[in-house]
Design a protein around this ligand. Sequence first.
Ligand SMILES: N[C@@H]1[C@@H](O)[C@H](O)[C@@H](COP(=O)(O)O)O[C@@H]1O
Length: 243
Amino acid sequence: MRIVRTTDYKDMSRKAANIISAQVILKPDSVLGLATGSTPIGTYRQLAEWCAKGDCDFSHVSTYNLDEYRGLSHDHVQSYHYFMRKNFFDHINIDLANTHVPDGANPDYDAACAEYDRIVADAGYPDLQLLGIGRNGHIGFNEPDSVFSKGTHMVNLTQSTIDANSRLFDSPDEVPRQAYTMGVQTIMYAHSILVVANGEDKADAVRAMCFGPVDPQCPASILQLHTNCTVIADEAALSKCPL
Ligand SMILES: N[C@@H]1[C@@H](O)[C@H](O)[C@@H](COP(=O)(O)O)O[C@@H]1O
């Protein structure tokens, strides 16, 4: 696991965007695994800026998002389908047909999850998987558990995740209680992984991810076993790490 320290959120976002941009320059038909949350927004903005200048071409790229709330339509403003269009896809030259997000609108979770596993596997798994990290060490929506999850599956969100994500909804009651997420094993199949983290409220999770025991109680800790994983984090997020 490589750890890159950045001064602040902007610096983190630019460095992460540089790595994604290099991936796409070196392999124009890259398969990218993408994440939601507030952390990667700056990375997406930077990439969109470079794309507008002609420095980064997404026309042959395909994308697979980690997760989606169960029960939200694709155009619901809090859905991750909507989030990705608003924060990234609408601002780059990607073919929307090549973008994929688990189908939270399909109430049949077995079918929705099996279908997503199939298309991610058919794509050969991401060349680069971008990840944020939850305050409790979750990745995608893989919450602390007694085992590491495998393929795409439905999860019941923990109260701490519901509380953390409620800032994006009008009221906590509106936050969906369930989601579909790629499993930890699928995430580990990515050929390279890039984790972005900023702010003091991520410091415990970042310490557990990078220096704690590999334990499903901190799902991100398994990334220590990935052979090509880079963590880009600001001073505050790294403040509890023994560096
Ligand atoms: N499912 C997403 C995760 O993929 C994301 O990493 C996490 C942290 O979000 P933020 O970056 O807003 O702290 O939030 C959500 O739970």
